[in-house]
Write a protein of this length. Sequence first.
Length: 573
Amino acid sequence: MEDFNPQFKRLGEILIHQGKVSEKQLNSALEEQKSSKSKLGEILINNGFLTEDELIGIYSLQLGYPQIKEEELFQADQAVVKLIPEDFARQTMVLALRKTNRSIIVAMEDPEDLAGIDALKRLTGLTPDVHVTGTSALKRAMDEIYARIKQSGEVEEVIEGITVISGDEDNWEEVDLSPDKVSAEDAPIVRLVNMILQEAISERATDIHIEPQKSKVVVRIRIDGVLQVIMTPPNSSLSGLVTRIKILSRLNIAERRLPQDGRFTIKATNHEIDVRVSILPTVFGEKIVLRLLDKTGFDFTLSTLGFDEDMYAVFRRVIKQPYGMIVVSGPTGSGKSTSLYASLKDIKNVGSNIITVEDPVEYQLDGISQVQVHEGIGLTFGTSLRSILRQDPDILLIGEIRDEETADISVKFSLTGHLVFSTVHANDAASTITRLLDIGVKPFLVGSCLNLVMAQRLVRRICPHCKEDYVPDAESLKRIGLDPARLDGGKLWRGKGCNKCRQTGYHGRTGIFEIILMTRTIRGLVFDNENEDAIRQRALEEGMVSLRESGLRKVILGKTTVAEVTRSTVEEF
């Protein structure tokens, strides 16, 4: 029997010999090729007869070039990748991986592109050692690696000639980040801090983490609730970064052993951003966390927060009551303040005096008097609230109930004809009620004053630019408690990852909610000092939608993913 040598065979023959496609599938693709003029491999992949990896394996056999896997592309040496300009690499579809003294190892989509290989040889002065890979894998690797090169190039340029800033620089309270305001004479470390802030603002980040490690500094920003690395400057930059941020925040630059907290304000184009600074000593140096609060442009409304129609109707009806208390709970960064601001925006009118007491004031709202707590001078929640009582308020927002004093004043306000909004840190709606009891409010007062309790979380939205449907496996549906019968056509949605979403598959966030309406029976349980399990069970019997169920509704509608709901909510037993 004659040996089968793939290097002397046509693509279709190899595919059939390897058992990758049937003759019927091949003939169908060849017929389609006559009219479309597309490559045979592309047609087979588009029709689902073949995967890109399988096609590359066949090309490798036919052409005699070694195949390279996608994960190996991402391990390319950046110094070697930089030898090929990005424009040329994308035009020729080639990515440099490694090099020796005489050769350069490259991955190509079409290893028989002789003109491209010849140009590559002239460009680098090295002999190309060609490996074959898939188009989409090559594009993904190029997107990530060339983006990293640009980023590290900017950092290297900024770090060059770095010096530690001394303490004699003016203590600025405001920083102007407009590009035309940053002169070439500015210290490199100043430009590095400005670049980090600019990147965070442009990416809609809420937090910046500057973390010292053994051999480098890692800079991460929190986008849509998840941290992502944006740069890794060298360890030599840490002291300068810490000093610069301490100067901006009016902190003690000589104190490196104790935690410090400060703040400053950024003025950027069409932005005024309040930056809260926290510095914490670690074994490798001081870690910095900056929280960014964009004080301009609160454009949320109740209808855009993510309420389901039934929840929206209940919540909006309750916030229009003349007195009582509405409490929203959840961890830091779960959107509690945003929900309360949207509520005030919905109910404010010229006939009501609305006052807020906050730490910090996150958004500035027209027509509302907002008080910023300043504990350093004795302006606490308690002292502010006692003074506000003489300001003839109708509606009051208390940023957070932290202690018995604040809770006591809040309850008394709500029981004397005022509508009070506030937040507490609790896991769900039922535990919010017991949290108020733990703080020290009497059960009969909690039962009397509360109108509604709401727990909430934020989940990331699927990126609309790379959204795709898929058929989930039964095991993942069972784990999250989702009945396959609820799915439209048995499909769910996810994001593939693209340049618009930094390859995450997500862009933006929406809320999921759990609401307990204080009915007579729920109030009775509170009066009797029942535990949170009894309260939760009764609320579920009365139609409460849990956080997990609220998330599943959004999964079914294609707004978020199973992974996001699993990350944000606990399993229900």
